[in-house]
Write a protein that binds this ligand. Structure first.
Ligand code: PMP
Length: 400
């Protein structure tokens, strides 16, 4: 069996299927592989070596409220936010690390709700709201994630724009927003209302950094900041000690902490970026300059295709703003493109039927089917193919 297996592998290597011969292109998910060439170019500069006897204990930061947060990561996170200027990280703020910001979202729902309330607390988000499908995993989104455990602590209550119940609520605000890239604040501003601010995309490659975000509970993720989604590291910046302690409890119960190896890698990469941004002697671009250039080139090409589509699909326009990080007026270059087709057309079906592009349609985000979302974070070869395929969409198939 062994030689046979070997020959299968070598024949597969000899005859690779090229992307352009692949009939289907999947840009429904936001896997941030766009940054791979940058990290390849950095070579060993972010290499982490871990010996067999290292990091064996569960326990390592007993003096910290978040006892499983690696001090090196705590330090790298605070330093990078100070360098970029995208979030307030004064010493009195608590940092809670999680297995991706997805786990921290659940931890926050738990922390912001209470078993003493007569009814589960309502969770709302303004449509279009975050929804992402990850290959090999079921659909994930704020509604799905909130409903999944059938919790008695909280329940999904739909679009924040339509919320009119006189009951306690948690509003989830994503800014820049996934899927449409808009810059957002809370829609509901009632006294006693609670909010989760998902600021995963508030980095210079995606949007101008106009001020330091300073909300009660903010979620960031290594996935979107640097592209290292597989490391599964996210962090929350939290003002209230009681909320932070409840989040720590949640992570203790669900995974007894967070991998130290993963944290060390995140600390190394984030620290490296911060050093590069601060060092005037660095030759070439720092990570954010590189990311911003790439994203802006991609958006330029996509807009060109959109303009030539004769109105079959259009793209949102974003206001320019002064970015305090770059010191110039910059455009938003969101991680997803939010395509809108002509009225009466189902945009997701149109792309699928005419160009075999798999995207995620408006209804997944709480809006109508004239919208669909495509990832801007794929590898170059996939992105070029996406442009080619989009240019071929004529809008002749009704796609309903
Ligand atoms: N929030 C938003 C807005 C996202 O787009 C994503 C990933 N697509 C996440 C959270 C999840 O991030 P993580 O990989 O850290 O779980």
């Amino acid at each position: 069996a062994v030689p046979a297996a070997k020959s299968t592998v070598s024949s597969a290597v000899k005859k690779p299927t090229t992307l352009s011969s692949d009939p289907i292109i999947n840009v429904a998910r936001g896997d941030p592989t766009i940054y791979e060439p940058y990290w390849k170019k950095m070579g060993d500069r972010c290499k982490v070596v871990i010996a067999g006897d290292e990091f064996m204990s569960y326990f390592y930061n007993a003096m910290n409220l978040c006892w499983f947060l690696l001090p090196e990561l705590d330090n790298a996170i605070r330093t990078l936010h100070r360098v970029v200027g995208n979030a307030m990280v004064d010493d009195d703020k608590f940092i809670v690390v999680g297995n991706g910001s997805t786990q921290l979202f659940h931890a926050l729902l738990y922390a912001l709700s209470s078993p003493d309330m007569p009814e589960p607390i309502n969770v709302v988000a303004a449509a279009p709201f975050y929804s992402v499908s990850i290959q090999l995993q079921p659909l994930q989104s704020y509604p799905e994630e909130t409903k999944f455990l059938r919790s008695e602590l909280y329940k999904w209550a739909g679009d924040a724009n339509c919320y009119d119940r006189d009951e306690p609520y948690i509003e989830v605000v994503t800014s820049p927003n996934n899927p449409d890239g808009s810059i957002r604040g809370t829609v509901e501003n009632r006294e006693g209302g609670k909010a989760i601010h998902d600021v995963a995309y508030y980095w210079p490659q995606y949007a101008p950094i106009t001020s330091k975000a300073d909300h009660d509970a903010m979620l960031f993720t290594f996935s979107k900041a640097t592209g290292h989604a597989g490391t599964r590291i996210g962090w929350a910046i939290v003002k209230d000690k009681v909320i932070a302690a409840k989040m720590v409890k949640f992570i203790e119960v669900s995974s007894i902490g967070v991998s130290r190896e993963a944290q060390l890698r995140a600390a190394k990469v984030l620290g490296f970026i911060a050093d590069d941004c601060r060092n005037p002697d660095v030759k070439g671009e720092n990570f954010f300059e590189y990311g911003r250039r790439l994203m802006s080139e991609r958006w330029g090409k996509l807009r060109e295709v959109g303009m030539k589509s004769n109105g079959v699909f259009s793209l949102p326009k974003y206001p320019r703003d002064y970015c305090k990080f770059t010191g110039e007026y910059t455009d938003s270059n969101p991680a997803f493109a939010w395509l809108k087709s002509k009225e009466g057309l189902n945009c997701e079906n149109l792309l699928r039927d005419e160009s075999k592009i798999i995207s995620r349609g408006g209804p997944s985000f709480g809006v109508d089917s004239t919208y669909t979302r495509v990832s801007m974070l794929s590898r170059d070869v996939e992105f070029e193919l996406l442009l080619e395929r989009l240019a071929a969409v004529k809008g002749t198939v009704n796609g309903n």
